[in-house]
Design a protein around this ligand. Sequence first.
Ligand SMILES: *Cc1c(COP(=O)(O)O)cnc(C)c1O
Length: 393
Amino acid sequence: MEQDFYRDTPEMITSHYAEEYEQYYNAIVPPIFMNSLNVFPEIDDYFDAKVHHKHTYVYGRVQNPTVRILEDKLAALEHGVAAFAFASGMAAATTAVLSVVRTGENIVCIRNAYGPLKNFVEKYCPVHLGTSLTYVKGNDICEFEEAITDCTSLVILESPSSVVFSLQDIEAVCKIAHARGAKVYIDNSFCTPIFSNPLDFGVDIVMHTSSKYLGGHSDVIGGVLAVREETLANTIVANRELFGGIMGPMEAWLVMRGLRTLSVRVKAHEETAMQVAEFLENHPKVDKVYYTGLKSHPQYELVQKQQKGHTGLMTFEIKGTTEEAKKVINSLKVFKIGVSWGGFESLACMPHMRLDEKTCQWLGGRQNLIRIHCGLEGADTLIADLEQALAKI
Ligand SMILES: *Cc1c(COP(=O)(O)O)cnc(C)c1O
């Protein structure tokens, strides 16, 4: 059998796979299809068009060629049968929940999941769907044993979580969940498909925000769901059409452009972040560093099992008050203060700053913690910036 070079490696997938060169005059980069509909020679052709079939396009809320190419790449990157692109990470996440969970069922979710998604399953779903919610810390498999019951239909993971970088044993959670008939969802935005492929561990739905590393240039909002099973794929694509949350063609094209360099970018972020994490860990004014690349990570063995790498995001706590941490963050010059991460630029924020002590304890990180994203400006520059800012306290 001939070797399928095109989907052999992530780099080949992001470079060439699914580009359909022959469809588009052999252009090396596919066009942006800025059309809202497609037309047909006869009315029967319109009705016969298999809407979800490859190369059959009817209406832009359902499918678009530029979006489809991106989705084929993402499905291959995540080792899934299909992937679907959405207008935002939250559009993807909420569509996933609403595609699995029914009235009255139970959702199990880790405490450190993405905040807006927790709002959705904690505040919106109980009121509108009568669902119940069980939070778990996530680092102890016995906790999942207890929390997941026959009423549970969905388990929500994020490994590592993007503030305190705690992991869940993905394979073990999937075994427990599947034994009780529940599906497992994971936010894989931190690792990207380059460093982790959770479908291989048994996960049912992998979610990404493409606003972070997949896009990679801080110029696009988008989201992705990848699945390993056809039935769920069909439900999700039908619901996306219903809710109307498809990604726009311009955004799909931008994410595809970002994907071309995903592999080299995440490795560059990782190389920089390793140096920054080691600098911080050895700094006398720093109390604690949360980064999956450090040997001091409390789940280092699990990190080795589940992740091939670590990207550029980490958190640290200073030996000092929240006021002093504010002084540090406000003194940074290269790191800009702002939410988000995954772009070319270095960013810093204090996600727990305005939370009360009890909530901070529940989440497992102090009020004074500073989260930084190490961009592509170079490790020496970033370390010098942190050095001068820490010198202010
Ligand atoms: C930003 C983010 C999201 C949400 O993505 P949007 O594209 O902003 O809707 C979800 N999960 C994580 C971990 C994120 O950082």
